[in-house]
Write a protein that binds this ligand. Structure first.
Ligand code: UFG
Length: 331
């Protein structure tokens, strides 16, 4: 039986494909290559196409014996979602509807879903627990919450069991050195800081230093992408074991401010990394830190690369080896 990975050519998807391959799983990847890189898919069968293309997706299910789906395929830029909410509803929400309809048609009853801390919005308390209020502050988070809710009703009606994994801030790169983070455009803090270290940017912009945090900059919970990948593998195993649907936070439970990230990156890279303080970015909560005890106890998940220095160092190895990301691919 194969695992279908939608969005498997993207950043977290490709690291999850690598983790599944390491465990000997048979894999089918579907990616429309809007953000994905074909070179990032280290194995399995790759289909280039869109979930919203009914004939295409039907063919993927017809041609393969799929027993579980891991669903990454989605747009994920907070800022863009505020400018173009329609794009997010169409690709994320309608795309998920198309996927669930096909799963139902073909009798596939397990789905692991790539969700986000953005479903919570401004937290009521920190660390954030899964049962806390979900009130997204941006259209991206709203669509991810809508996708979770849709899965709930497909479970009630059709018995499709889901595990929704709400990630905090993914960073780092695979130890093998062949895959890493390469977004176009890049908006995430750690790759931007490392691009500045490489001299590809004159400075980084620090979005707001007047938050109600110890040093005034925003605090986030950074988690290694390969630790996220491992959680997906465990979630598939849990569903195969007959577990009920569930939602899990994935984070290290420790927050770092933007200033602390920059300081650690200076230590890791030995580079200066100039910082320019700018206005706050719309929709940024001051502090996002996960309570991940449920994932630890129920999934048996244990982050193995939890230190921020280690996370930054692994991203730095990738950026140094591939300063232009997959454009530097020579194989
Ligand atoms: N930041 C800067 N300068 C930059 C980029 C980011 O100061 O050039 C700051 C942001 O303001 C934020 C922190 O660095 O305070 C982290 O920003 P990222 O863009 O790296 O990550 P976010 O916390 O905004 O977003 C991440 C995911 C989203 C998800 C969100 C909430 O990328 O998909 O967490 O879960 F929605």
């Amino acid at each position: 039986m194969a695992v279908l990975v939608t969005g498997g050519a993207g950043y977290i998807g490709s690291h999850t494909v690598a983790a599944l391959l390491e465990r000997g799983e048979e894999i089918v990847v579907v990616d429309n290559m809007q953000q994905g890189h074909p070179q990032a898919v280290l194995g399995g069968k790759l289909y280039e196409g869109d979930l919203r293309d009914e004939a295409f997706l039907n063919q993927v299910f017809e041609e393969n014996e799929i027993d579980a789906v891991i669903h990454f395929a989605a747009n994920s830029l907070v800022g863009e979602s505020m400018q173009q909410p329609g794009k997010y509803y169409h690709n994320n929400v309608y795309g998920t509807l198309c996927l669930l309809e096909q799963m139902n048609k073909h009798g596939v009853r397990r789905i692991v879903f790539s969700s986000t801390a953005a479903t919570y919005g401004e937290p009521e308390q920190v660390p954030i627990r899964e049962e806390d209020r979900t009130l997204p502050t941006n259209a991206y988070g709203e669509t991810k919450l809508a996708m979770e809710k849709m899965m709930r009703w497909f479970d009630v009606a059709h018995g499709i069991k889901f595990v929704s994994l709400r990630y905090f801030n993914a960073a780092g790169a695979h130890a093998g050195g062949r895959i890493g983070e390469d977004h176009r455009p890049e908006t995430h803090l750690i790759p931007i800081v490392l691009q500045a270290a490489l001299g590809q940017r004159p400075h980084i912009s620090l979005f707001g230093d007047d938050y109600d945090t110890p040093d005034g900059s925003c605090v986030r919970d950074y988690i290694h992408v390969s630790d996220l990948a491992d959680a997906h593998v465990l979630a598939v195993q849990r569903l195969r074991g007959g577990a009920d649907s569930a939602v899990y936070n994935l984070g290290n439970g420790r927050g770092f401010s933007v200033k602390e990230v920059v300081e650690l990156a200076r230590e890791v890279t030995g580079c200066e990394i100039p910082v320019r303080v700018e206005a706050r970015r719309a929709g940024d909560p001051a502090v996002l830190v996960a309570a991940s005890e449920r994932a630890r106890s129920e999934l048996g998940w244990q982050p193995a690369r939890a230190g921020l220095r280690e996370i930054i160092a692994s991203a730095w190895a990738w950026h140094q080896a591939r300063p232009h990301g997959y454009e530097d691919e020579r194989v």
